[in-house]
Write a protein that binds this ligand. Sequence first.
Ligand code: NAD
Length: 498
Amino acid sequence: MNINAKPARRFANHVNGQDQDGRQGETFESINPTTGAAFGRFVESSPADVDAAVQAARAAFDGPWRKLSPTRRGRLLMRWGDLIADNAEKIATIETEQNGKLIAEMRIQARLVQDWLYYFGGLADKIEGRVVPLDRTSVLNYTVNEPLGVVAAIIPWNSPTFLTIMTVAPALAAGNTVVIKPSEVTSASAIELARLAEQAGIPAGVINVVTGGRAAGEALVDHPAVAKVSFTGSDGAGRAIAARAGQRLVSCMLELGGKSANIVFDDADLDQVEAGVLAGIFAAAGQTCIAGSRAYFQKGIYDRLVGRLIERANKIKLGDPLKADTQMGPVATAAQLAKDESMVARAVEDGAKVLVGGQRRRVEGLDDGFFYAPTILGNTKPDAFIMQNEVFGPVLCVTPFESEEEVLALANGTRFGLAAGLWTADLRRAHLMARGLQAGTVWINTYRAMAFNSPFGGFKNSGIGRLNGAEAIQSFLQTKSVWCELSRDVQDPFVLKA
Ligand code: NAD
């Protein structure tokens, strides 16, 4: 037992500006993956709890939020961004204590969301309709882009604040209200964000948080007053959610998993490549949707580059993610650790060769932490399970290739299409490859970059819709076409005019 362990904290739902315990009294505990000790106890929300949150969001939508001018709505989002940035250290710490990712990364994300709230706050009063030049010149026809109502935001654990703001910033800027269902692994920061929103002046009920697992998520998707579901998470859950929402004829935005290719040509700058490939997979212990988990190296540099990566992987310092000198923390849950182990074991059965890692790691003083060694596998066949399914752990598969055509076919040979990286000094080749890659984001001579004003989302099974950029706002609006006859002519329905 860790005698320094803090007592587990208790958290309530945040509904209509207030803490709300669950109506049925059920709770669940989340675990700190670094220590294996309890982090906190949260409400396991029932359908009645979810209903209270959706009702509050609907009342805020019909009431104070709708009455605000778009400019004022935008300003409030910006002020919220300022408060989140001011509280970045606190938010980052509770996230690291729940998902085990490096404090430096969580801190950057908690600070960066201010830019997202400024950008989308700035767009709030730039949502315009248009006048349509109809053939019937006596009619004035114009469009109005209206908010949908209550948006459900279902969020995963890997970057909780960042992904929450990526979703709710455009939804709120468009004039909707939201109910957030954070992951059961990382529920605490969403509650903190909602509190800060009200301190910033955003009316109570505009942002509500219900905690819980899959059942709470399902109750939210099923709720008749939820007008849109925005889901970020695994492709399996995304399918289930889209099917459920489809039963109610409600649209879904889906940001799902990936099996992204990172392609290196012989002429690339190997120092840059080494940093990019490592950042693509071992930063965040591979727990990022855009992980560059399939690497393809051209034959001329394959051996040299693999050798360099093995050397670097061996030196990565695993440890407490709250410490500044730690380079990789634990994986987030015991289930994720078991998944890393079983997927590597299956890959080996399928013929893969473990080049480095391939097992759990014991970290001095953190015996109960969920640590997995940075792992590189060679000889993985294109159709092997590990090459076709997301591990979401620090596992890189490396494959040699010869030609552009060959690597394009290999890179595109999965059901996913979230992102891809390519490294080359040849401009023509870079852009031809970018054109051929089936992915929502293509990085040339960089990896794992993202910005508030550049659209992000998946091709194929990696998602539907886009977050970030002006496109994101459109996902949370519906268009109304208004027709107004200006002439006083009588249009007899039984007398057809040519
Ligand atoms: P997950 O799919 O298990 O859970 C995500 C969220 O959905 C959680 O809040 C969970 O409680 C809820 N949920 C799960 N099943 C549900 C159901 N049937 N109905 C309603 N709600 C349900 O994912 P995770 O393990 O938390 O996160 C990891 C996954 O998220 C990875 O696949 C990763 O690639 C993906 N991800 C995608 C993006 C992106 O932008 N494309 C970003 C980050 C993570």
